[in-house]
Design a protein around this ligand. Sequence first.
Ligand code: SF4
Length: 633
Amino acid sequence: MEEIRGTSNRGLEVDLSLGEIRPFSISGEDRRLYLGGKGLGLKLLYDRMAPGVDPLGKENVLAFMTGVFSGTGAPCSARFAAVTKSPLTGLMAASSCGGPFGKALKTSGWDALLIRGCAERPVQLVVDTNGGRIEDAGPLWGLDTVETQAALGLGKKDGALVIGPAGEHRVLFANTASGHRFFGRGGVGAVMGAKGLKAVRAEGGAFRIVPQDPALFERMRKRATAYINRNPFTAHAYRRFGTASNLRFCTAGGILPVRNFQSGDDPEADRLSGEAMKERYRSRPSTCKPCTILCGHKGTFPDGSTRQIAEYETVALLGANLGVFDPDRVSDWNELCGRLGMDTISAGGTIAFAMEAGERGLMDTGLRFGSPDGVAEMLEAIAHRRGAGAELADGVRKLSGRYGGDAFAMHVKGMEVAGYDPRGSWGQGLAYAVANRGACHLSATLFPLEVFFGLLRPRTVRAKAEFVRFLESLYAAVNSLQTCLFTAYAYMLEPPASRLTPKPLLGLTMQYLPGLALKLMDVTTFNRLYQAITGLPLSQAEMLRAGDRIHTLERWMNTREGVSRRDDTLPARFLLEDDPEDPRRRAVPLDPMLDRYYRIRGFDRNGVPTPETLEGLGIPAGDSPGRGPQAAR
Ligand code: SF4
């Protein structure tokens, strides 16, 4: 069997309008500067796509990318990325997934799959080691994500990506399924639906992925595993109770979204915690493969069925945020959203907005906080764009534009807010405001540092810009190497520099001397694994510099779509409303954090990357087809 050492540096470019498929080579320079995965996907789109294209039109390019870590057997290395222009925000959307498609694509010999154009009839794309072929998918259209994957008749080494009815009906927050893992916040499923692309199937197994330096790889794999197995967050909380173990931390900090973020806690909330659900459903791991952390779980439900247990974001947004704390109901809705192919965060945020708008007499969907009645029917209606569901399918920003309710429209740049109220975590407020894809909790996770680990004080502006910038760059790199973001906690907190420093001293240094704390931060596990897999040198500083480059390129691409300071904001509720009954939730003073953030990022006061910053990072701002002048707005 042929071998791939790190990457194949080969991609496939597909035009569904023309029915053409052709291979292309990935340059060593792009690989070095953008690492792979998300970063390289953004660069490939930047070279090909002009600003202003319709996200649901044929010019939008949808990239599926593997990374250096994908399929190597390094901890949590099942990951692959999607990158495209989002129909929900009109900006760049990048997403990471641990389903079987990534390894199948990589072992079929391709690092990148770029898809443009729109098919006239529903199609599926089949990728194998020789290239690809476009096949009729008429009989699959209308099937849900589980039925579709079953109908594809996948071999053991194959992997697929499919959409459900929500993608077919271009719900702006439709996502994509690969096995039982979902991804594509911002409407990647709608982009596939608009292209008439029901499924992508990779016939894997033609290549063996081997590290360039097996001895170093084994040493680093052992070190990485030891860090994960020692870290209380990865080895205890996530492995035993799943991401829903976040819930108890969030209620303790008053940052759980309850009733459209009107409250930060509820006496009933604990029913949705990972700990309570573990007991109720006798949970056991059901994860991305391979995975060392094991945050995904399945369980046995009261009706005897075995199902995936809802993640934190789902119990927060589709449970507590609707005022519904019954885990059986939330689990049903979780499964329904999965089958329909719909992001649970945006679905929950949009239904919560409709509930509050109903209370205030702005619109009436019949949905009420605290009542599960009608929610399942509304999710179906959204996915099929029926009745009121047709309007909810466009998300909170468009709903508030039609009906009013800006004061409680909980979105940033059009993307619904994830499960952490930034009034109890001001750094998270900055992270949401500046995240490239909207109110994303995975651009920079400040809430664990502020609320879970107690390393930064949650309601101060001090040091927040520095840590948002650092985590943005680290996560951009991790999502480009293609491993799970959750490894970052273990790799960052378990090396001796962090572990042996007494926690109060570590916290004080981070809070008052953030520059020094970040200089001492050891995340070399990532770049040493990269070296072992590829045989190419990469220092920690070079890796973080690549993260800076990737994040700034994404920002620049958004700048060309018209994004500036006025978009880097938060919902009015977070900026203006203190909670009189809860001192843990105070309006977020965004402006001083924003000023500092722009300064250390090398953006001007309006949030635009300066020419010096672009040049310093090697981001070409010249005039190729994808590099038009900044869009006027
Ligand atoms: S920790 Fe969770 S999200 Fe990350 S790779 Fe493992 S199962 Fe997937």
